[in-house]
Design a protein. Structure first.
Length: 347
């Protein structure tokens, strides 16, 4: 079997082929054409020897050789450039694949830190979590912990999305576990006060002056005494009972983020659970999604209206409706941010 033609030999052959073709074109096309023009189309009566074997023939052959060589040289350079680009493209594709594989593996770690539907439904059979990351990993996450006296549920929206946001979620998750399960701090406002200190210290924000942080809504539910306690950092609590929707706004500052002028003390709100109550917590990914006829944000008032319209339906149906509604709203628009909505019914 003949050996494969090497790339260097291949591009060299382009150069010589173009040079030869240029020479032949100059001698047999350009030279006769110039003679034809010079003698006003009466070239037919000339001796062919005069036409072919003449200094002008060599002149045009030389021009053809030069043009062919230039074209061949250009083609050689283009082939070399294309080969280099192909190598770079392959390198980039390999790097991107490795990066995507790493992020996909990070997603598994992030999901492992989240409570499963089975865990939540063991305590709240009528509940749902709509969790739609914008990228492979998410800057939003939800937190769940069941202790002896209280059950804790939280929705958290960290600065950014994707990998930077996901890193913050892991830090916040670890701190919440320590604050609630180890330090036994059980009141939502005190949990947020402590979390703010922890985040600032972990990110060394007094030194770095960076503004990374998170928004959060956290509820402590005491089923025995039928009471719900809530505190929020920029994430509200929406609840419906007696066919009436109420919204408690979170405090107007986030957890973390260096700002020496602001002294942050979070507020605790209490709700009696003497009657059936459905409550919802959500990050701003749903309400900030662009779409609709005028390509505007979905807005919180529109979401509240939707929640009120569907609150009597089974919780799994509510989740499906919320998912379909935001998809229909954005249509061809890209997802703006991570989306997280939690709903829990307490009878």
């Amino acid at each position: 079997m003949p050996k494969k033609l090497k790339f260097s030999n291949l591009i060299s052959s382009y150069f010589f082929i173009d040079a030869i073709l240029g020479t032949l074109s100059g001698f047999f096309i350009l030279h006769p054409l110039s003679m034809f023009i010079k003698h006003n189309g009466t070239i037919g009566h000339f001796d062919m020897n005069q036409l072919i074997f003449s200094p002008m023939g060599l002149y045009f052959a030389g021009i053809g050789l030069l043009l062919g060589a230039l074209n061949g040289s250009f083609r050689v350079r283009m082939k070399q450039k294309n080969k280099e680009l192909e190598k770079k493209q392959l390198y980039i594709e390999e790097k991107n694949q490795k990066l995507e594989d790493s992020i996909s593996y990070a997603k598994r770690i992030q999901l492992a830190a989240l409570a499963s539907d089975k865990q939540i439904k063991a305590y709240f059979p009528e509940s749902f979590v709509l969790y739609e990351p914008k990228d492979i990993v998410s800057g939003d996450f939800y937190w769940f912990a069941a202790l002896k006296d209280k059950i804790y549920v939280a929705t958290i929206d960290c600065t950014g999305h994707g990998v930077p946001g996901a890193l913050l979620t892991m830090i916040a998750n670890a701190h919440l576990v320590e604050i609630v399960k180890v330090l036994k701090i059980d009141e939502p406002d005190k949990i947020l006060n402590t979390l703010h200190t922890y985040i600032c210290n972990t990110l060394k924000q007094e030194e770095s002056k960076n503004l990374d942080g998170l928004d959060i809504a956290i509820c402590a539910i005491d089923k025995t005494n039928k009471k719900l306690e809530y505190a929020g950092a920029r994430i509200p609590l929406v609840y419906i009972r007696n066919n009436k929707l109420e919204m408690i706004k979170g405090d107007r500052y986030s957890i973390g983020g260096y700002n020496k002028k602001i002294i942050r003390t979070f507020t605790k709100h209490s709700i009696d659970l003497n009657q059936e109550t459905i409550f919802y917590m959500f990050s701003d990914g749903y309400t900030d999604q662009f779409g609709g006829p005028k390509n505007r944000r979905f807005r919180i008032d529109k979401l509240n209206t939707l929640l009120f319209e569907i609150h009597k339906r089974p919780m799994n149906e509510q989740k499906d409706i919320l998912k379909k509604s935001i998809e229909q709203w954005r249509k061809e628009e890209p997802q703006t941010d991570d989306i997280l909505v939690m709903g829990i019914k307490i009878k």
